[in-house]
Design a protein around this ligand. Structure first.
Ligand code: NAD
Length: 470
């Protein structure tokens, strides 16, 4: 790896900052990480031995409260990585207009080496440490899942926080992506993958962009390669397949499989769960050297595993026309330069994988309002509709009963509202960043730089409005 992850994120920030007119000290305030908490704590293994665990939580920007970002369980977690991921969260939230600052947590473990009981002890102790230092709370810092964690860990975090919170009314809003029975929201599990799909759908519908790439409009028939069949990769692949795209290869850390006619993602996931590997999936070709699968012919490459997967080494051999960054930081700056030269469009992580935090925002609102998500929105829709109908009645003389009016809003349940709110957020953000891109009007400037310009402008405005304390 040529540069650290944090240096990579900061370099992207600096490139974008050059296209803004903000004061250098304000830019420095936006770029800097506000607070990092590092902790070591002991846990008891099932065999009675004690092990010391290292963990972090970084709050990159408190220009909005709470801060928000996932918790990663991985063996290579480091101070550099959590700071880079926390910074990306600040920019991501700004790009999709979610009113949070950015944060990220990490626990340095390979979760495959621990039993469920051990993972529970690690998660609960980590939560306790965050509570002790005030690095978690509905109005302070609200975690969510990331690589190596899921709703199960979020349930343990919520329960530990509530146990320590002494009846705090909004305790349940201390973490998002909880199981439904514990205050979760429908559609959060698949949210990031669904957002990747909406983002790709929007980009592939952009006639100008497709023309530049020599591709036809729409997702139908597009050939896709996915790296990482975890939460984000699985759901992105499923939604893309349902929309008519062909997933021609999937790569995991221990092997890849390919099929020109398309892989059935649901069946492939079931195969992996049963056999511990993608290899041997009926009808597919095995590719034991998984990373080489990313170099097969395709239209769209979706890295959905970890950072630094597309590098100066393999970038020249990538054949995709679009690199859709479902993971955070999968493309090194050197690889991005190669892609720019080859005319490959990179859809940047700071926008494309924002679906998780968008739906987490809906879950947090639902928890704070203490009513089922959608109830208030539905009432608002009903009122708007009544007003519209009255206006139509005035113009046409036709009469509608209240029952007729209300029947038009039937079926707007929580899942539909989450999906439509997510789609709208992704689409509006795409239009904003392509507009900034057009305004910069320089073919050498990437969509990532345009997205970062948009983020910097929004965060800068917050700081200017807020002033400085004291
Ligand atoms: N979970 C979210 O809501 C969310 C939101 C935004 C961004 N992300 C980012 O998406 C990426 C994936 O996160 P996730 O939540 O899906 O994690 P996950 O743990 O659910 O899945 C990751 C998958 O990648 C696989 N993998 C690991 N190393 C690999 C390698 N070298 N080659 C191929 N596959 C490999 C793992 O085996 C696993 O199946 C991360 O970069 C994360 O930061 C996640």
């Amino acid at each position: 790896m040529s540069t650290s992850f944090l240096a990579q994120v900061d370099a992207a920030f600096n490139r974008a900052a050059a296209f803004t007119k903000h004061d250098p000290t304000l830019l420095e305030q936006i770029r800097a990480c506000n607070a990092v908490y590092f902790v070591s704590f002991p846990i008891r293994r099932d065999n009675g031995t004690i092990e010391v665990i290292q963990a972090w939580r970084a709050e990159h920007s408190q220009h909005k409260s709470p801060t928000k970002g996932g918790i990663r369980y991985a063996p290579n977690v480091s101070d550099d990585e959590v700071q880079a991921l926390a910074a990306l969260m600040t920019y991501k939230c700004a790009i999709v207009d979610v009113p949070f600052g950015g944060a990220k947590g990490g626990v340095k473990i390979d979760r495959r080496k621990y039993s469920e009981a051990e993972l529970e002890r690690i998660t609960r102790r980590y939560t306790f440490e965050l509570v002790r230092k005030r690095f978690i709370g509905p109005g302070i810092d609200v975690p969510a899942p990331d690589y190596g964690t899921s709703s199960k860990e979020m349930a343990w975090i919520a329960d530990t926080y509530a146990s320590l919170a002494n009846g705090e009314l909004d305790a349940i809003a201390c973490v998002t992506a909880k199981p439904l029975a514990q205050g979760g929201i429908r559609g959060r599990t698949e949210a990031t993958g669904r957002g990747v799909y909406y983002g790709l759908r929007e980009a592939c519908d952009d006639a100008e962009a497709m023309k530049r790439l020599g591709l036809t409009r729409g997702l139908e028939g597009k050939r896709v390669i996915v790296q990482g069949l975890g939460n984000v990769g699985y759901w992105a692949a499923r939604f893309l397949q349902e929309a008519g795209a062909l997933v021609v290869a999937v790569a995991e850390y221990n092997g890849a499989v390919a099929n020109d006619k398309g892989l059935d993602i649901v069946a492939l996931d079931a195969w992996r769960k049963a056999h511990g590997s993608l290899l041997g999936f009926p009808g597919a070709t095995d590719i034991p050297e998984a990373l080489t699968a990313l170099e097969l012919p395709c239209d769209i490459l979706v890295p959905a595993a970890l950072e630094h997967q597309l590098t100066a080494e393999n970038a020249p051999r990538i054949q995709a026309k679009i690199v859709a960054e479902a993971a955070n930081g999968p493309t090194t700056p050197e690889a991005e330069a190669v892609f720019a030269q080859k005319g490959i469009l990179v859809l940047p992580d700071v926008w494309l994988n924002a679906g998780g935090v968008i739906v987490s925002y809906f879950e947090w609102l639902k928890n704070l309002s203490h009513v089922r998500f959608g109830r208030m929105q539905k009432r608002h829709e009903e009122e708007t509709l009544r007003k519209l109908l009255r206006a139509i009645e005035d113009k046409t003389g036709q009469r509608f009963t209240d029952a007729e009016a209300l029947s038009l809003t039937e079926g707007a349940d929580e899942e539909d509202l989450v999906a439509s709110g997510l789609a709208e957020s992704m689409i509006v953000a795409y239009r904003q960043l392509t507009e900034v891109h057009r305004r910069i009007d320089d073919p050498k400037v990437t969509l990532r730089t345009a997205a970062m310009v948009s983020a910097i402008d929004k965060v800068a405005q917050s700081y200017v409005d807020m002033g400085i304390f004291p």
